[in-house]
Design a binder for this molecule. Sequence first.
Ligand code: NAD
Ligand code: TDX
Length: 353
Amino acid sequence: MSYKGIIVTGGAGFIGSNFVHFVSREHPEIKIVVLDKLTYAGNKKNLEGANCELVVGDIANKGDVEKAYQKLLEITNNANNEDLAIVHYAAESHNDNSLRNPEPFIFTNLVGTYRLLEICREYNLRFHHISTDEVYGDLELDDPNKFEPETPYQPSSPYSSTKAGSDLLVRAWVRSFGIKATISNCSNNYGPYQYIEKFIPRQVTNIISGIKPKLYGEGKNVRDWIHTEDHSSAVWTILEKGKIGETYLIGTGTAPGTKNEKGGEKNNKEVIETILEIMGHNKDDYEFVKDRPGHDMRYAIDASKLMNELGWQPKYTDFKKGLQQTIDWYQANQDWWKSEKDSVEAFYAKNGQ
Ligand code: NAD
Ligand code: TDX
């Protein structure tokens, strides 16, 4: 499948903007409209150098969604709807925020996804829904199983439950209305442009700012890290070769018992120690803070379906190298995050974190 134009929702956020840069670079002939509300997590600067049109608007607002579609028609010279797609990244994405105020999660993640599905239904547009491994709940540290597309949903937080709900809306719209949609559930991303509330950029910018990194609980929780560039190439592979109605898990690991079984799995303590080491500090120069309520213990993705059926492979298999590049980016782009640092830390401090 080839496309003449795509709408990328949430394209001014972390993963969405990395995807916009990926498509601009790898497929410059494709026209891109970014539909983004520019919440605290969205930043126009993330799109500098990318070839795209930004429509500032809310995915939960029918008029704003229609405006983005009209803009796409305009810049593709009225391409046929069969040649157009919506790639849906926009979300309220932070678990800690969802524990303090779930309301925006309901509007953006649920109502917003509904609005996009409806416009796809009206104009017969291809839809790809970006979701998360968190919909599957969590695993024990010693559980021999990993998440697979068929794993039952068991979300823990307001964030993950609204993402789970949005996935179910997509499945229902495929079955009931024949929407041409696919879903991907990806593990934890790292890389440039990630807002500094999230684990890795928070700790990197803490160290640069002379603040000790903060580890929730005992630091034993495991996340399955993937570089955002690999996430982008996986989404592109699904857009090109994915089967309508299917769910693909995106991660760097394969099935239990196979060679790449461990994928990007690392506990938070290991990640902090690696960051400190790369940045030339003592490995134990961090502090433990109050745990997150309902904190998921472990995520682990089996991405063999994507690898075997669609032939995708990750490129960033050396976590330390990817982390080094990410740290370099935050060091070189202090103007991008410095003005936000105090308010983000004040917010965490209020919560004992
Ligand atoms: P982010 O918070 O960095 O960016 C979200 C973007 O969506 C921002 O640009 C924001 O302005 C925009 N947005 C929010 N509400 C909107 C609305 N109502 N209308 C239009 N735009 C709106 O998020 P991220 O980390 O880049 O995550 C992107 C997607 O990937 C999300 O769907 C998330 O669930 C999913 N995901 C994230 C991870 C991860 O590790 N961060 C892993 C797996 C899946
Ligand atoms: O300061 C911190 N200290 C700490 O120990 C922060 C901010 C987090 N943590 C822990 C909590 C998690 O175990 O680090 C781990 C990662 O935390 P987050 O960056 O908040 O990510 P997580 O909750 O795992 O969710 C992320 O991955 C799945 C994204 O934020 C989601 O959008 C995505 O769906």
